[in-house]
Design a protein around this ligand. Structure first.
Ligand SMILES: *[C@@H]1O[C@H](CO)[C@@H](O)[C@H](O)[C@H]1NC(C)=O
Ligand SMILES: *[C@@H]1O[C@H](CO)[C@@H](O)[C@H](O)[C@H]1NC(C)=O
Ligand SMILES: *[C@@H]1O[C@H](CO)[C@@H](O)[C@H](O)[C@H]1NC(C)=O
Ligand SMILES: *[C@@H]1O[C@H](CO)[C@@H](O)[C@H](O)[C@H]1NC(C)=O
Ligand SMILES: *[C@@H]1O[C@H](CO)[C@@H](O)[C@H](O)[C@H]1NC(C)=O
Ligand SMILES: *[C@@H]1O[C@H](CO)[C@@H](O)[C@H](O)[C@H]1NC(C)=O
Ligand SMILES: *[C@@H]1O[C@H](CO)[C@@H](O)[C@H](O)[C@H]1NC(C)=O
Length: 635
């Protein structure tokens, strides 16, 4: 396929919906009942409400149910505490913010119709922007943000994400992931900022952006979510999710206590100090004990030692997976998880058995009422603190913020700061980058050059990610290059050109974008960490025939050493998201390259796991590596 610039249709998105605000705040009338009185202290309101609740109502508060199971009857009868959208659980394909808000307010009305009128809280995985939502800004996945080494940027991304989440009426996001991925074979490695716990610690500033700045002098461990333009967050997955054997998802993290504390724990005290509202428990085990059943780590350490006062939430079906084999003996799994100290259970379907079994455990004194009250106190405290009782209905006022230009500009800034320049020139004195904007004819090639879905990766529109450009709005790498170069420069795009074609066209240079296909948890676990076919042959064919800059679009380091010598330049772009223009910004020298490797770039998979600071460390490129360039163009 050959596309000339002058006939090229760009997929650039400028999506500020210009709807006017239609506030629909419903003021709860001042009542003589204390819990409805916003002037009362939060703990007074909590105790007043708790004293009025039946056991069934308490257990309903502890349940988080997927939107697909929600009916008026369920919300009213069970007093369900929280509703969520799992990946792909959307009101309809390409749902608008208004569709989302109308759905959520409908659910909320049903909650308010329950005996005590306790509002539900709605949660979703907004892990790199509001990624389930059509036309939302998708920021680079966390591995790319780790490469920026810029917590202040990450804080701004948190604030932008909160606004986009609120634009759809949602009050709670399951982010940030504070995993410390120690083995890139793990399919969730891109959700981790770095293999370095210190970088992960710094990046918990995301919490401040998402939830607001915790007031000075706040009591230790008490959550803070400030205002209707902020959302509750979740530090996840507690703890050791990134340390499993061979990077196998949900597997066993075998490490001693000091190792767990030094490597996997540091993000949690930091996020708690910043007021994080919830902590999500990991599917994984620590030395053979499932985290979802780990009383020592959940109750004794997280709640008692770290003084976390927010909600401990399970992962999706995490309780069902306690048993071996999973999904057997649910009653016992419920018992173990509540005994361990979990407060809210992302069921997400089986609220009937959950309430039934938990009722039996309480009635049989296997679980004391004090444990149930601890859970419900935490849940109600967060709801009161967020102002949910005063403003239960979601407002339409933030609709214009979804995918707005300001957020897209922020995404673009994050992309350019996240790119890591791994090679520049076959000799140091002959750098290829920055590329000239003015050229006669250039080649753009590769599987990832014109694929917005690929460049967003997993957790984008769907759980495992998508392919192609029509699922949402954004700028591909090809589109970005087309916008960046001089209008007289002819761009030829070919997905997989052969060598003769490349030679015959006398290109001034080529940009090749290849990488991994989108994936998320479990499916993304890899034993070989290879670039998707035909990526390797595209590199070989193009770079053998013309000067080439290779852009690797991937959630982690991949096998690259065999092709490295053929390339003139190599850039790690991670999973940049919708704002591909940031790639062209640095490729063409409007900005310099500044990103640093957030992970060790291995030579061969048989070296894994390999992390900096270890004995016999022999990477292709070490943790922290990153060449720089100076900006050359006037802006
Ligand atoms: C919840 O939804 C799932 C998936 O649609 C369905 O299989 C299940 O039967 C529902 N459960 C209840 C309790 O309604
Ligand atoms: C919620 O209930 C209020 C009051 O009954 C009503 O005016 C409003 O239309 C309802 N909203 C939705 C989305 O159902
Ligand atoms: C870890 O993975 C191995 C191999 O798939 C499996 O046999 C084992 O049960 C897993 N362990 C845990 C704790 O999930
Ligand atoms: C479930 O687990 C409990 C505790 O280990 C055990 O006593 C019970 O027999 C199990 N029930 C079934 C049906 O396996
Ligand atoms: C996108 O395009 C593909 C293939 O051209 C098509 O199958 C799919 O339905 C389209 N999706 C949307 C959301 O338009
Ligand atoms: C493109 O190049 C031409 C010729 O050198 C120059 O006149 C023009 O200003 C350039 N366009 C841009 C947008 O820089
Ligand atoms: C790499 O492993 C994946 C499965 O994880 C497999 O589908 C693929 O074919 C393998 N690629 C190579 C080149 O071995």
């Amino acid at each position: 396929m050959i596309i000339k610039t002058n006939s090229f249709v760009l997929l650039v998105g400028l999506v500020c919906l210009c709807c006017c605000a239609e506030g629909t705040k419903i003021k709860v009338k001042a009542h003589h009942v204390k819990y409805k009185n916003p002037k009362e202290k939060i703990n007074v309101r909590v105790e007043d409400l708790l004293a009025r609740m039946t056991l069934k109502e308490k257990l309903g508060q502890m349940a988080q149910v997927d939107r697909g199971n929600i009916t008026a009857k369920v919300m009213k009868e069970y007093n369900i505490g929280s509703v969520l959208s799992g990946g792909e659980s959307v009101p309809r394909t390409q749902a608008t913010p208004r569709d989302w808000i109308d759905m959520i307010n409908k659910f909320q009305n049903w909650s308010l119709a329950s005996r005590l009128g306790i509002p539900m809280i709605y949660g979703i995985d907004a892990v790199h922007g509001h990624n389930n939502v059509y036309k939302a800004t998708m920021f680079p996945h966390n591995v790319g943000l780790g490469a920026t080494r810029d917590p202040e940027l990450v804080k701004r991304i948190g604030a932008a994400t909160a606004l986009e989440v609120r634009a759809t009426g949602i009050q709670y996001s399951f982010a940030p992931c504070v995993s410390v991925c120690r083995d890139p074979r793990w399919g969730r490695c891109y959700e981790s900022f770095s293999e370095d716990p210190n970088i992960v610690k710094q990046m918990t500033d995301f919490v401040i952006g998402l939830q607001g700045e915790i007031p000075a002098g706040s009591p230790k461990g008490v959550p803070y979510v400030g205002g209707t333009d902020k959302v509750a967050g979740s530090a996840k997955h507690y703890v050791g999710d990134g340390g499993t054997t061979k990077g196998i998802n949900e597997n066993d993290t075998v490490i001693d206590w000091q190792g767990l504390l030094n490597i996997h724990m540091p993000g949690y005290p930091e996020a708690i100090a910043k007021g994080v509202a919830t902590v999500m428990v990991s599917y994984s085990s620590w030395n053979g004990v499932k985290m979802h059943a780990n009383h020592d780590l959940v109750t004794k350490y997280l709640k008692d030692t770290l003084k976390f006062k927010g909600i401990v939430i399970s992962d999706w079906l995490g309780v069902d997976k306690i048993s071996n084999p999973p999904f057997t003996n649910y009653s016992n799994s419920v018992l173990l998880s509540i005994q361990a100290g979990l407060d809210m259970i992302m069921l997400p379907y089986n609220y009937i058995d959950f309430v039934k079994f938990l009722t039996e455990h309480v009635n049989n004194k296997r679980i004391p009422m004090s444990r149930i009250d601890d859970a419900v106190r935490r849940i109600l405290s967060v709801k009161f603190m967020m102002g949910l009782f005063e403003n239960p209905m979601s407002s339409y006022e933030y609709i214009p913020r979804l995918g707005c230009q300001e957020h897209r500009d922020l995404g673009r800034e994050a992309v350019r700061k996240s790119l890591v320049l791994l090679k520049n020139g076959k000799t140091p004195t002959a750098p290829l980058l920055p590329l000239p904007k003015k050229a006669n004819r250039i080649l753009v090639a590769g599987t990832h050059a014109n694929n917005l879905g690929y460049q967003c990766g997993g957790w984008s529109l769907t759980w495992q990610g998508v392919s192609g450009n029509n699922h949402t709005v954004g700028t591909t790498i090809l589109g970005a290059i087309a916008s960046a170069v001089n209008e007289t420069t002819e761009i030829v795009f070919s997905l997989n050109p052969d060598t003769n074609f490349v030679k015959a066209n006398k290109f001034d240079y080529a940009v090749v974008a290849v990488g991994e296909l989108p994936y998320a948890e479990t499916k993304g676990d890899s034993v070989n960490l290879t670039i998707a076919e035909p990526g390797p042959s595209i590199i070989t064919n193009v770079c053998g025939a013309v000067k080439c800059a290779v852009i690797v679009v991937s959630g982690r380091p991949v096998v690259i050493e065999p092709y490295l010598s053929s390339m003139d330049a190599l850039v790690a772009a991670w999973l940049p998201g919708t704002e591909g223009q940031g790639v062209a910004d640095v490729l063409y020298g409007d900005y310099g390259f500044t990103g640093k490797l957030p992970r060790t770039w291995f030579r061969r998979v048989d070296q894994l796991p390999m992390n900096f600071g270890e004995k016999n460390y022999d990477p292709l490129l070490p943790f922290g590596f990153g060449l720089t360039t100076q900006p050359v163009n006037k802006r």
